[in-house]
Design a protein around this ligand. Structure first.
Ligand SMILES: Nc1ncnc2c1ncn2[C@@H]1O[C@H](COP(=O)(O)OP(=O)(O)OP(=O)(O)O)[C@@H](O)[C@H]1O
Length: 211
């Protein structure tokens, strides 16, 4: 069996005396998907933030490709594509300019072709010249997801990627994530969509709302 792409051991996180995560373990290998489920406030986003280095666990360890997580390392930045809940875009860059930026910054081979293909796939060809403020919320979500698919990646970290997608968008997302797994990507995501969980999860991790 391949080495794990992501290994989480015993992470814990509290805010004041509010314990959100306690002793969370997770291992995700190439071609597999782990899905975090649980009610609002259960700690799914907190866990993903600890995995990406956006937050620090109080205890436990996170390893990416066998190395302790350092989100500044070139290896981690090249491997980990992250789409979280908060969608920040440059207000003065168009849809296609955002994707060009991601693709070129990460040295995607044949960047122009990749960006065109992904724009088509996410259904944003007609909006490619628009600024983010003029997109619908679902179109902004598609742009955020597209940014992960125009760059090299070995680990996808996605926080509720189904949010604001219509039914056709959810069907696309399922197909895309299955294709990512088939291509050897490791995926960890949080979701409230049973359709998505049933379609892609190899491992379902249920977090309970803290008491
Ligand atoms: N920076 C913070 N300071 C204080 N409390 C926080 C902070 N971040 C998260 N929390 C708390 O931690 C708990 C878990 O939040 P989190 O966002 O991880 O939940 P979630 O499972 O992702 O929920 P949802 O399904 O609503 O997205 C919540 O009670 C939240 O208020």
């Amino acid at each position: 069996m391949s080495e794990p792409v992501l290994t989480v051991r015993g992470i814990a996180r509290s805010f004041g005396d509010h314990r959100v995560l306690a002793d969370l373990d997770l291992e995700v290998r190439a071609g597999a998907a782990a899905v975090l489920v649980g009610p609002n406030g259960a700690g799914k986003s907190t866990a993903l933030r600890c995995i990406t280095g956006a937050d620090q666990p109080d205890a436990g360890t996170v390893e990416v490709l066998g190395e302790p997580l350092d989100e500044r390392s070139a290896t981690v930045r090249a491997a980990m594509a992250v789409v979280m809940d908060d969608l920040d875009f440059f207000p003065d860059l168009t849809v296609v300019e955002h994707l060009d930026l991601f693709a070129r910054a990460h040295r995607t081979p044949d960047a122009d072709d990749v960006v065109d293909d992904v724009l088509e796939e996410v259904g944003l060809i007609a909006q490619s010249g628009q600024l983010p403020a003029s997109l619908s919320s679902g179109q902004r979500r598609r742009l955020a997801l597209a940014s992960a698919f125009v760059r090299p990646r070995r680990l996808l970290v996605l926080d509720e990627p189904e949010q604001r997608l219509d039914q056709e968008g959810l069907a696309w997302l399922v197909d895309r994530l299955l294709a990512e797994k088939a291509a050897g990507l490791a995926i960890v995501l949080a979701s409230h969509s049973q359709v998505l969980v049933d379609a892609i999860a190899d491992d379902v991790v249920t977090l309970a709302r803290p008491t």
